[in-house]
Design a protein around this ligand. Structure first.
Ligand SMILES: Nc1ncnc2c1ncn2[C@@H]1O[C@H](COP(=O)(O)OP(=O)(O)OP(=O)(O)O)[C@@H](O)[C@H]1O
Ligand SMILES: [Mg+2]
Length: 416
């Protein structure tokens, strides 16, 4: 073994890129998150050859001051947090200060940016993590990042990339997450010169129709559950609208897309036995939770989170979905649990206590693979010791119309 030494920054960045930049869709995710954190109202994403050739994200956000652009490319450099306490009150999508240096270390990278107060912009060119050029250029206020020849210097990664159609599907999945979580933002997505999405700002309801069509929207049931200062609100599909794939399953935590198998399972359980075998519910759910009750710093992609009380979250989702499905007009059979379901008050109390012994445990599922857009597969059905259902009409639950205006306000509330 040789002498112990600190690795040069571009090698350290390349190693970090292994976790942050799995495929072109990861780059799209990081760049759009940066645009959203910069307060952009218009975001255009231009892709060619499924991102293998070009990924460009153009925003009208606050821009980066000319004297800070090199810093933005340095690892652990961020404008979003500055103290250890900030980690407990994260209100931005990024905070680790590693996305740009990671991406720039495995691509030919260009950053053009202009802050509103400045007359001109600045352009920085970086090749495989090495800064080649910095020049003053004419630019609109905002930031444009262009990533060309992704993985040109990491052949193993490049060879791992799948067919263009697969890689582009991953990109679209990420874009749909942003479309849904930020309906007030104007998004455009262009692939190989073709404009595939052009979404003017609107309400969440309008956005769902824009992205998935009216028929999909009309198959959804709205619900809202509250637990102290935690709110779960969203849409889940009517049981007869469940599909053969787990594709349209979206959970957002403070407007950040997350993947959580335990919550997927809770949602599935909320349907009781109303779902046919091998059918997956479609859902779009927004959990708004005080940041100190959740740790989003579990993995560099931040898709995996840990709640301070996993069980309470499980029951919040379970009871929200159960209520939504019960409230369906049109004769969908109501159902209740064989085992007494805890009341909302009990759930609240449980959340305050740390033991949690009053509730059945959520299933222990292996952690979902971070960054894997398709890992939302529901786990296998619950064992008999877990919650089970039987059909029984519940007359006290009147059919409830979806309350579009409340969701609208949620969706416009800004990152919590
Ligand atoms: N589109 C943008 N508009 C304005 N500033 C940006 C933009 N993209 C990046 N920045 C600035 O560059 C910094 C570094 O970005 P980078 O994505 O590497 O880190 P981060 O967003 O702070 O954290 P994370 O690694 O978790 O994404 C940001 O903190 C921000 O100040
Ligand atoms: Mg970032």
């Amino acid at each position: 073994m040789g002498k112990i030494q600190v690795l040069p920054p571009n090698i350290a960045n390349k190693i970090a890129a292994g976790e942050v930049v799995e495929r072109p869709a990861s780059v799209v995710k990081e760049l759009v998150e940066n645009a959203l954190d910069a307060g952009a109202t218009h975001i255009t994403v231009v892709i060619s050859r499924a991102g293998k050739e070009l990924i460009q994200v153009i925003d009208d956000g606050e821009g980066i001051p000319a004297d800070e652009v090199e810093l933005a490319l340095e690892r652990h450099a961020t404008s979003k947090i500055s103290t250890a306490e900030d980690l407990d009150r994260i209100g931005t999508l990024g905070f680790r200060g590693e996305a740009l240096p990671s991406i720039a270390s495995v691509s030919r990278f260009e950053l053009k940016t202009r802050v509103r107060e400045s007359e001109v912009g600045v352009l920085l060119r970086v090749d495989g993590g090495v800064i080649r050029e910095k020049e003053t250029v004419a630019a609109q206020p905002g930031t444009t990042v262009s990533v060309k020849n992704l993985f040109f210097n990491t052949p193993a990664r490049r060879n791992f990339l799948r067919a263009d159609s697969t890689e582009f599907n991953h990109i679209v999945k990420w874009m749909k997450r942003f479309f849904l979580a930020y309906p007030e933002v104007h998004f455009v997505l262009i692939h190989n010169g073709e404009e595939l999405f052009h979404l003017p700002p609107g309400s969440l309801d309008e956005r769902i129709v824009q992205v998935f069509g009216k028929a999909f929207y009309e198959g959804l049931a709205h619900f809202r559950e509250e637990l102290n200062d935690i709110v779960l609100e969203g849409y889940t599909c009517r049981p007869d609208q469940a599909r053969g794939t787990a594709q349209n399953q979206f959970i957002f935590l403070n407007r950040r897309a997350i993947v959580n198998r335990s919550l997927n399972h809770a949602i599935q359980q909320g349907y009781g036995n109303l779902l046919e075998r091998s059918r997956y519910p479609q859902y779009i759910m927004f959990l708004t939770i005080p940041p100190h009750l959740v740790d989003v710093n579990v993995h560099p992609t931040k898709m995996e989170v840990r709640f301070s009380n996993e069980r309470a979250m499980y029951h919040l989702f379970l009871s929200g979905v159960r209520r939504a499905v019960q409230a369906q007009p049109g004769g969908v059979p109501s159902f209740t649990m064989k085992r007494e379901h805890p009341s909302r008050e009990e759930v609240q109390q449980h959340f305050r206590s740390s033991s949690g012994a009053a509730f059945p445990s959520p299933p222990s599922t292996p952690p979902s693979r971070p960054g894997d857009a398709t890992s939302g597969q529901p786990p296998s059905p619950a064992s008999p010791s877990q919650i089970s259902f039987e059909y029984r009409p519940l007359p006290e639950t009147p059919p409830k119309e979806p309350d579009a205006s409340s969701l609208q306000s949620l969706s416009r509330g800004g990152p919590a």
